[in-house]
Design a protein around this ligand. Structure first.
Ligand SMILES: [Zn+2]
Length: 452
């Protein structure tokens, strides 16, 4: 109840900085990532360098000073019972460790917000809220809970580096005054640019040591590389999906094993969801890289439906009642655009820039136009109150078009009227497999052994 009231005050009076998206209704990590990547693409098109520092806070929730939270509340004129409640909520906490039947002595906790409490995220946001005031433009910041990234787009990298260093020093001071500490070994820097002449070296120091610049940086689950090609991210997805595919293989067999519906459920939970995260951002990668992900989807669907690997992919998607991966990516991308364009509280405002600039097509607005064109929609569809349904319908229509335009030889055998979605709702693994193989024209002549 206290949390709901506190959140209401914070939201209605816009007290938290817009850069902070953690623990806030209707905001997401993808939105922060989109803002970062779109800003970098905009800098690329102006032939600028983007210098970024990805900070790592050590034990942020445990070390934040209580006084910084209560002081901030007083500054915002949140007083009375709310303040007394929060003060008392944060004082007099103690903890002990229990191992077997032995319990250690109680230790008094002076700092930090309680882990696991519903109120803690909001309190952390309050204590962390003034950090944006010491990041002056043109520097920009994206924050998700305690993950802070500060970046700067500049024409000359040396001058930019000096500016960034000044802000890093200020941030280090600010965090120390709040009881927090950046980890110099885990915080990283990155120099984003497309120039081949650029050395891409950064020597930003924090607490006296130079921050490392690895070849790729993982921020909010996405691997960023200096040219924003997302090659590393895609290869990481593939790596983790291949091990998950082995799990599917173990569960499936031609004559015994889990039925198609269960296998598809596992595919959707373990593999498809993994690929879906970050699609609005990493779908700016090259078509070759994106298509290499389709292989994973196709193998998973082959395993789940039991058809032979030579089956055309479209048949496979039809049998499994799945959208082709490229259409699915477009749909997820457009859904994301609908969410952010219709949201009044967001950092991310994709802008239309000069079309003649290089890397124009990588940014969000042109990609949105291309996706809309593919689905034969105009941009008004995105602001429609029923946009989600419109997008779904348009995607399905496009899918049906593709399906019908196949040559007759590749289409499924119509042995009986096929209901849509026509997956068998019951039946054993063997029955599923046999039906799917007959439908895809793998007949007794060529594959007699499965019918025995
Ligand atoms: Zn550069």
């Amino acid at each position: 109840m206290v949390n709901a009231r506190l959140q209401k005050i914070l939201l209605s009076e816009n007290l938290l900085p817009i850069e902070q998206a953690g623990f806030q209704p209707g905001r997401s990590t993808e939105e922060q990532l989109a803002f970062l990547s779109n800003s970098i693409y905009e800098a690329f098109s102006l032939r600028h360098h983007v210098l970024a520092v990805f900070f790592d806070l050590q034990k942020a929730f445990d070390t934040l000073w209580k006084a910084s939270i209560t002081q901030q509340l007083v500054q915002w004129n949140i007083k009375g019972r709310m303040l007394i409640f929060i003060e008392q909520f944060l004082t007099g906490r103690s903890c002990s460790v229990c191992l077997g039947s032995t319990i250690s002595t109680y230790r008094h906790l002076n700092n930090g917000v309680p882990q696991g409490s519903v109120l803690s995220p909001a309190l952390f946001n309050i204590g962390f809220s003034t950090i944006c005031q010491i990041i002056p433009p043109p520097l920009k910041a994206v924050i998700f809970a305690d993950d802070l990234t500060v970046f700067l787009s500049c024409r000359q990298s040396q001058k930019g580096e000096q500016k960034l260093q000044q802000v890093v020093n200020k941030l280090a001071e600010w965090t120390t005054s709040r009881g927090l500490q950046f980890s110099a070994s885990k915080s990283t820097t990155m120099h984003f640019c497309r120039s081949r002449l650029c050395t891409r070296n950064l020597s930003i120091t924090l607490h006296g040591s130079i921050l490392p610049t690895p070849p790729t940086v993982k921020y909010l689950g996405l691997h960023f590389d200096p040219t924003l090609s997302f090659k590393k991210h895609i290869s990481e997805i593939k790596k983790s999906c291949y091990t998950r595919l082995n799990l599917l293989r173990k569960l499936a067999h031609t004559t015994y094993g889990a039925d198609t519906i269960s296998l598809l459920r596992i595919y959707r939970a373990l593999i498809r969801s993994k690929c879906d995260y970050g699609v609005p951002i990493y779908s700016s990668a090259t078509r070759t890289d994106l298509n290499s992900l389709n292989v994973i989807h196709n193998s998973a669907l082959h395993i789940a439906s039991g058809v032979f690997p030579t089956t055309p992919c479209l048949n496979l998607y039809f049998i499994c009642n799945e959208l082709p991966p490229d259409l699915r990516r477009q749909l997820i991308f457009l859904r994301f655009m609908v969410r952010t364009l219709n949201s009044d509280r967001t950092l991310f405002h994709p802008s239309a820039l000069n079309r003649h600039r290089t890397y124009y097509q990588k940014r969000f607005t042109p990609r949105m136009e291309t996706a809309l064109e593919l689905l034969r929609l105009d941009s008004s569809a995105l602001s429609d109150p029923d946009a989600a349904r419109l997008l779904q319908q348009a995607t399905e229509a496009e899918w049906t078009n593709r399906w019908k335009s196949q040559p007759p030889m590749l289409q499924l055998l119509s042995i009986f009227p096929i209901p849509q979605p026509f997956l068998l709702t019951s039946g054993s693994r063997k029955n599923n497999t046999v039906l799917h193989r007959i439908l895809t024209r793998h007949s007794r002549l060529t594959h007699s052994y499965i019918f025995s």
